[in-house]
Design a protein around this ligand. Structure first.
Ligand code: HEM
Length: 397
């Protein structure tokens, strides 16, 4: 069947602020829609997104998952942009420090860090939930786990955001971010050349190089694999959680009545406000998506964010419902490239949300939130919040 096409640019300021109508139009147009502005096929329905992610031999990552040739070249050798045995080898290094067992050993530390942060927030009462809450664990705790030096930490968010901006089409936003993206990668190369704290995740990369699992020149990019995807993604998820709970107090009450729902509640946030909106794949051979023929060599944009709001899959997809059966959402991707850091992200989020649930009765927005525009990540840059402490807020659990 000939493919439908769409002339809209998904990466203008307007489209990044309000992407959901674009996604709905694309879903209604067909299983794969040619985007004339970006010269890729957009795959936006849940079943089709999952099918593409399930077939890495036909839809590969090794030719890059971004929307421009520069980043697709530069990312070669990363976990994200590799295939087959090469991918398995690199992922065995990134994955080894992030197994369920390794992550669960971090829980006590995460608990203390989250409690300390909530202590500070209760004293402040009014604060900006992006820098003062959402950014705290990802920028303080995760670099500690990695063994990242104190030097360079002030620039981590700038570098992380830039590395997601450059994954988009080569628009002005991507061009402006290039300098910072390169700066971050160069800094990682310097870190990888230093001796790193024993037992840290980053030290594991150097050990993998010493034992021959990684080639020495691969260390910087694998270090970037840990660091840059671990910042804006989790910050986005935590910011969206506070915004959704502030605007849906009934759901906050429901969550407070049973904080053991933290993981499901966070997953519902990720389903509704999916942080990583989409990545691309290249068809290694002729393929069919739904009833649309895709030529060999074509690039396909896979929209996690659209799939998570597909009305063909979800009942009332725009409703925030922490009781929803949402385990099959695609915010962490699916298949061999599914997020290797999801356990750590969920640990950070569940510890923060549970600490808040024990001590905060409600969140009030004190000024309109401001969105942060990025070619790949949907997030807030500012979320002015006042918290009302619960009557038992002095009880430390
Ligand atoms: C809420 C937080 C997070 C979200 C929403 C998220 C989302 C994603 C998505 C959608 C993918 C799939 C990419 C693809 O299919 O091409 C992915 C892969 C990946 N993520 Fe995450 N991520 C998060 C947190 C993290 C953290 C904390 C880390 C590191 C500690 C991390 C490291 C990675 C890596 C290395 C990959 C590549 C895996 C592979 O290609 O095999 N992510 N992430």
């Amino acid at each position: 069947m000939s493919h439908p096409s769409y002339d809209g640019d998904l990466y203008t300021d307007e489209a990044l602020l309000n992407p959901y109508e674009h996604y709905r139009t694309l879903r209604d147009l067909g299983p794969a829609v040619w985007l004339t502005a970006h010269e890729v096929y957009a795959v936006t329905r849940y079943q089709d997104v999952r099918a593409v992610l399930s077939d890495p031999e036909t839809f590969c990552s090794g030719q890059g998952v971004g929307l421009n040739d520069l980043v697709n070249q530069a990312g070669q050798g990363s976990t994200l942009m590799s295939d087959g045995a090469e991918h398995d080898r690199i992922r065995s290094v990134t994955g080894s420090a992030l197994t369920a067992k390794a992550v669960s050993a971090l829980r006590p530390d995460g608990h203390i860090r989250a409690e300390e942060m909530v202590d500070r927030l209760l004293q402040q009462s009014t604060f900006d939930a992006v820098p003062d809450l959402a950014e705290v664990l990802p920028t303080e705790w995760v670099p500690d786990l990695l063994g990242w030096p104190e030097q360079g930490r002030a620039d981590l968010l700038k570098w992380g955001a830039a590395n997601f901006d450059v994954l988009g089409p080569l628009n002005q936003r991507a061009i402006d971010a290039t300098e910072f993206a390169i700066e971050g990668v160069n800094f990682a190369a310097w870190v990888a050349s230093e001796s790193l704290p024993e037992g840290s995740m980053a030290a594991g990369i150097l050990e993998a190089a010493a034992s021959g699992v990684l080639r020495p020149e691969e260390c910087p990019i694998v270090l970037c694999d840990y660091l840059f995807p671990s910042l804006d993604t989790t910050v986005s998820g935590l910011g969206a959680a506070i915004w959704l709970f502030a605007t849906h107090p009934d759901q906050w009450d429901l969550f407070r009545s049973d904080p053991s729902r933290a993981r499901q509640a966070f997953d519902e946030v990720l389903r509704l406000e999916t942080p990583v909106t989409g990545f691309t794949r290249v068809a290694t051979r002729e393929a069919v998506i739904g009833d649309i023929e895709i030529p060999a060599g074509a690039r396909v944009l896979v929209s996690f964010a659209s799939a998570n709001r597909d009305e063909r899959k979800w009942d009332e997809p725009e409703r925030f419902d922490i009781n929803r059966a949402n385990a099959s959402h695609l915010a962490f991707g699916y298949g061999v490239h599914a997020c290797v850091g999801m356990g750590l992200a969920r640990l950070e989020a569940t510890e923060v949300l549970s600490a808040l649930a024990r001590r905060v009765e409600r969140f009030e927005l004190v000024a309109p939130p401001v969105r942060k525009l990025n070619n790949t990540i949907r997030a807030f840059s500012s979320l002015p919040i006042r918290i009302v402490a619960s009557s038992q807020s002095d009880v430390i659990v």
